[in-house]
Ligand binder design. Structure first.
Ligand SMILES: Nc1ncnc2c1ncn2[C@@H]1O[C@H](COP(=O)(O)OP(=O)(O)OP(=O)(O)O)[C@@H](O)[C@H]1O
Ligand SMILES: [Mg+2]
Length: 362
């Protein structure tokens, strides 16, 4: 009997190429594939209005169906009421014992930090503070002089501010559609007023700004995509360098940064890099296991690491719903394997379930 796997996203689009490619790969799996939104679920009847992938016509077709046994969660939430409702439905779904998620996601940046601070990853985490009020932040800025603040639940570089204190006063920089916006504050009072307004919009964390600039003064970082293979084991799927805009703050691809081949970049480094690379490989081997132990099971992770000027490595961010463009850009020959990964892992989960059934664990 076929298993059922549902790809879940806030607004399902039949034209989404990642989902369509997974669907095409599903032809050779004993898996019925669905695409739906948490908004389409009726918890009362445990049914969903969404799409079913017709393997004959190879198209998504509108359909009403039972909630699939396995769920690949690709939901990105916004701040609106619809998102809040969807989040509640997904929480309910996660508590349903007969439904399994490929990955159960990670908490916000602050909870992540608090928990990981007590693990062997701790030396790689930049010291992070939860901003309580404007005076707290002013104290942090006075102490560190050059800081970054970002929302605890931020994504895609949204509302990331760079704050610097100098003799001339306080300068705040952030990235808007038009580019970097810069504002100077001649005195503390006006700055505190501005801060108060910003802090009302989001809950922020604060870190010292790590110096991750290229010779051209562009910020860069290392992005690594980890996922599970057909045996449920973690593997590094793709590694890349991301380079942001000159004089910019962000290295998010959605904010104009671009991918560079890791090996091209490595070829420009001196031999001391080999040593750091070993350390990096160790971190990446341990990280997914630590995350799963501290939180819950995961299927894929996008890791951002900053290599500072003094060659120290810093884990900046871990994302349980990473993008996949990194593979399109740097290694198109691995694309079919990328699209098979959620199906392979679903298959693996189903076989695990069966073997424990046979053992009588259930
Ligand atoms: N402490 C820091 N020092 C230097 N640059 C930073 C620092 N924190 C963030 N940045 C820059 O800002 C970018 C965005 O930060 P971060 O990855 O923490 O949040 P996000 O990208 O908005 O969230 P997500 O990755 O979950 O979508 C980083 O990729 C990095 O380029
Ligand atoms: Mg990020």
């Amino acid at each position: 009997m076929n298993h059922s796997l549902g790809i879940m996203t806030l607004t399902p689009q039949v034209a989404n190429s990642y989902f369509l490619e997974i669907a095409k790969q599903s032809l050779s799996y004993p898996i019925d594939l669905y695409l739906f939104s948490p908004k389409g679920i009726s918890p009362l009847h445990e049914t969903v209005d969404g799409y079913y992938f017709n393997k004959e016509s190879q198209t998504w077709e509108t359909e009403a169906f039972e909630i699939p046994e396995y769920i690949y969660d690709r939901t990105y939430y916004q701040k609106d009421i619809q998102s809040r409702q969807a989040k509640a439905v997904v929480q309910w779904l996660k508590n349903q014992k007969h439904i399994r998620f490929l990955g159960y996601g990670l908490p916000n940046k602050w909870h992540l930090y608090e928990k990981l601070k007590k693990t062997p990853l701790s030396p790689y985490l930049p010291e992070t503070y939860l901003v309580t009020d404007e005076n707290h932040l002013l104290n942090l800025l006075t102490e560190y002089k050059d800081i970054i603040i970002k929302p605890v639940d931020g994504a895609h570089g949204y509302a990331v501010y760079h704050l610097v204190i100098s003799k001339q006063g306080i300068v705040v920089r952030t990235t808007k559609k038009q580019g970097i916006m810069e504002q100077s504050f001649p005195n503390k009072e006006i700055f505190l007023k501005w801060l108060n307004r910003i802090l009302q919009k989001h809950t922020f964390i604060c870190q010292k700004r790590l110096l991750n600039l290229t010779k051209e003064d562009a910020p860069f970082d290392l992005r690594i995509l980890l996922n599970k293979d057909a045996y449920g084991d973690w593997r590094e799927f793709q590694r890349a360098i991301r380079i942001g805009e000159e004089k910019g703050i962000l290295t998010n691809i959605s904010r104009g940064a671009s991918y560079r081949s890791y090996s091209d970049w490595k070829a420009l480094q001196d031999s001391s890099w080999d040593f750091i690379e070993e350390e990096l490989t160790d971190i990446l081997k341990e990280m997914p296991l630590i995350l799963e132990e501290q939180f819950s099971s995961l299927f894929e992770i996008g890791v951002d690491l900053i290599i500072a000027e003094d060659r120290s490595l810093w884990i900046l961010d871990m994302n349980s719903k990473p993008g996949h463009k990194i593979v399109d850009e740097l290694c198109p020959e691995k694309l079919s394997s990328l699209f098979q990964a959620p199906l392979d892992y679903c298959d693996f989960m189903a076989s695990q379930c069966l073997s424990s059934l046979k053992r009588g664990d259930f």
